[in-house]
Design a binder for this molecule. Structure first.
Ligand SMILES: NC(=O)c1ccc[n+]([C@@H]2O[C@H](COP(=O)([O-])OP(=O)(O)OC[C@H]3O[C@@H](n4cnc5c(N)ncnc54)[C@H](OP(=O)(O)O)[C@@H]3O)[C@@H](O)[C@H]2O)c1
Length: 293
């Protein structure tokens, strides 16, 4: 029996990972949420990691309020960086493999070709800076760690762009959406499947756990404007989408203009095919209850 500690099981990715892990055999999952484990409580975090002989620790927690992080710097740092140091140290002492999630916001978005894992990082926001610190602390403290940088996550759970568009699209006749930020939407169902695949492949000795940083998003490229159009087309919501420039929609934290990730390393190492974002968007929308749409 492989034992997994899943922290952040109440978040949009965490819920999906928990559902998919529960469907696997020979796996015992211990999920925690903020209510059961606040990861900024260091002694409690250590005790929980040591409460059983876990083989894997999956971290789906994060301080994800990108704009609020600009003023709540200490809190963002505590969750995205300091707690990750503790996770890394304790996991290393007990031979635990860690799977941690990071973000395209570690880049400044000034590139014009998809970012590889070796591309220089240069976060512009507090969120991006604290997530990058978390990556560095984890890699320095526990060499048995996989860090998956992803982008534009959405799911039927939690707060995300898809759910915001569905709500606003029903309330309004037209919406202004930023058209000059380019990235790739990522369905949590696909990312959760990758995480399960990494664990399964290691358990079955097919592909041993290969530590390091990996980039993962769905295939394809879109602006937020393209994404919004596609959401409305798939749900027959009659709402006109008007493209605007980022400067017309100021935010406290700067966003990367271009944050497409190069996924060759994860595809080659883990022998996976990645669905196009439009295919996965349809899948997510069809999994939502009529009341969600
Ligand atoms: N969302 C995106 O578009 C996106 C894009 C790129 C990368 N990522 C990364 O993907 C990962 C998953 O993101 P997500 O979208 O699933 O985020 P999410 O829905 O905001 O979930 C994050 C979870 O972390 C928990 N958490 C926050 N502070 C905590 C604390 N002190 N102790 C314990 N748990 C705490 C939250 O619990 P509460 O809700 O109770 O606070 C929440 O359940 C994160 O690493 C994020 O940085 C996200």
């Amino acid at each position: 029996m492989v034992k997994i500690l899943l922290i952040g099981a109440g978040g949009q990715l965490g819920q999906e990972v928990l559902n998919q892990l529960n469907a696997l055999t020979s796996i015992e999952v211990t999920p925690t949420t903020t209510a059961s484990l606040d990861i900024t409580d260091a002694p409690n975090l250590k005790n929980r990691i040591l409460s059983d002989t876990f083989d894997f620790l999956i971290n789906c927690t994060a301080y994800t309020a990108v704009d609020k992080a600009e003023t709540e710097v200490n809190r963002a740092e505590a969750i995205n960086a300091e707690a990750i140091q503790i996770i890394g140290e304790v996991a290393a002492q007990h031979n635990m493999k860690v799977i941690h999630i990071s973000t395209d916001y570690v880049f400044d978005g000034k590139a014009y070709l998809p970012y590889t894992e070796e591309a220089p990082t240069h976060p512009d926001s507090i969120y991006g800076k604290t997530k990058l610190k978390g990556e560095q602390k984890l890699l320095n403290s526990n060499p048995q760690s996989i860090i998956i940088r992803t982008s534009w996550l959405y799911s039927k759970n939690g707060n995300n762009f898809v759910k915001t568009m569905l709500r606003l699209g029903k309330e309004r006749d037209e919406l202004k959406v930023v058209a000059d930020q380019i990235g790739t939407p990522t369905y949590t169902g696909d990312l959760a499947q990758l995480i399960c695949h990494i664990i399964n492949a290691d358990m079955s000795n097919q592909i041993s756990f290969k530590p390091g940083i990996y980039h993962y998003s769905n295939e394809g490229v879109a602006s937020w404007y393209d994404f919004a159009i596609s959401i409305f087309q798939n749900t027959n919501i009659d709402c006109k989408v008007i493209p605007i420039a980022s400067k017309e929609f100021p935010t406290a934290a700067p966003r990367p203009y271009y944050s497409v990730l190069n996924k060759s390393k994860i595809k080659n190492t883990y022998q996976i095919e990645i669905p196009h974002w439009q295919t996965s968007l349809k899948k997510c929308l069809s999994s939502m209850k009529i009341t969600d749409i």
